[in-house]
Design a protein around this ligand. Sequence first.
Ligand SMILES: Cc1ncc(COP(=O)(O)O)c(C=O)c1O
Length: 382
Amino acid sequence: MTTPLRTVMRPFGISMFSRVSDLAAEHRVINLAQGVPDFPAPPALVEAAATAMRQHINQYAPSPGLASLRAAVSTHAKMRYGVTYDPDTEVTVTAGATEAVWSTAAALLEPGDEAIVIEPYYETYPPSVVAAGGVVRFVPTTFPDFVLDLERLAAACNPRTRLIFLNTPGNPSGRLFTAEELRGAAELAERYDAYLVCDETYEHLIYDGRAHRRVSSVPECRERSVIISSASKTFGVTGWRVGWTLASHAVTDAIRRVHQFVTFAAPSPLQQAVAAMLDDAPRSGYFDELARGFAVRRDLLLDYLRRTGLEVAVPDGGYFVMARCPGDDVTWCEDLIRRPGVAALPGSAFYHDRTGGRDLVRFAFCKAFSTLHAAGARMLRP
Ligand SMILES: Cc1ncc(COP(=O)(O)O)c(C=O)c1O
């Protein structure tokens, strides 16, 4: 079959994520490939959405987002990180972080501009850059510590650099960038007049007493950063498609001009429900409880993986554990699906040069304890 797909988009093909999910469904396996919770969303959140629908909040939201959610996102940024964003002019609600990434790239890149993507990366970044006419420069980091080599980062930057993607905590690495790494990236952004696109989707999933650093809390970085986050992981509602950006007035204006033509607005009743949860979280202790529960899940999965003999990287945050697998990652994952009946994602999916992750595999632990135990038991079975 010949494809009408634009030439520049062809390298992206069908994502490894979809391929493994199809194979997993075919073999009825325990799916630790997908970063999707298999347990119910918080009842209060679901109730808030139902209430919003009953209150007839069912029509288009204003394109920048419901005022209630923009206010909640702004208050959260102020209370949690001490950064002030005007909810009217500096916060935009998008259809998930995915759309936020896409609209940011489309808003800020001129054809031929370059964007830095640190490997292993979340798969949306390269196609969003390329679709916007940009060019991706990759900067690899390696298992097990995934430390960002600032010299390599500097070598990848040049006067054409317009965006530097920073995903912290990272998917799939689980890594929280250190203050030094963030400072180094910020200095390069300053030197080349680039923007830091900070994907903080996992900002509330951080373990071992570590703290999330929001790059824009450094005053010099505020004007040249776009902070992206989402309800997907924080509230376990990946299907709701509610995310947001925080950026200076000028950058927000640019993002909104694209966003209005991409999705126009995210779902209204769901925005209203997320606003209620965000507002309530400091009182309810939701964020602490979330991180505590996920730390236990992480440790459970790490324990099972170690007992199977795999070398693991202990994640600082996020939903995933990276492990080193013996042999080719794709073959290893296919075998894992067929024999013990567990799905994981091949590490090469997260590197543009597939050899980068050829001996790595990603397991998701955003699962019910029973799922993790069942997967662990299968993998340990002789
Ligand atoms: C790093 C990262 N950013 C963004 C997303 C997408 O988030 P959303 O569901 O809000 O589009 C994901 C989802 O897996 C992710 O891992």
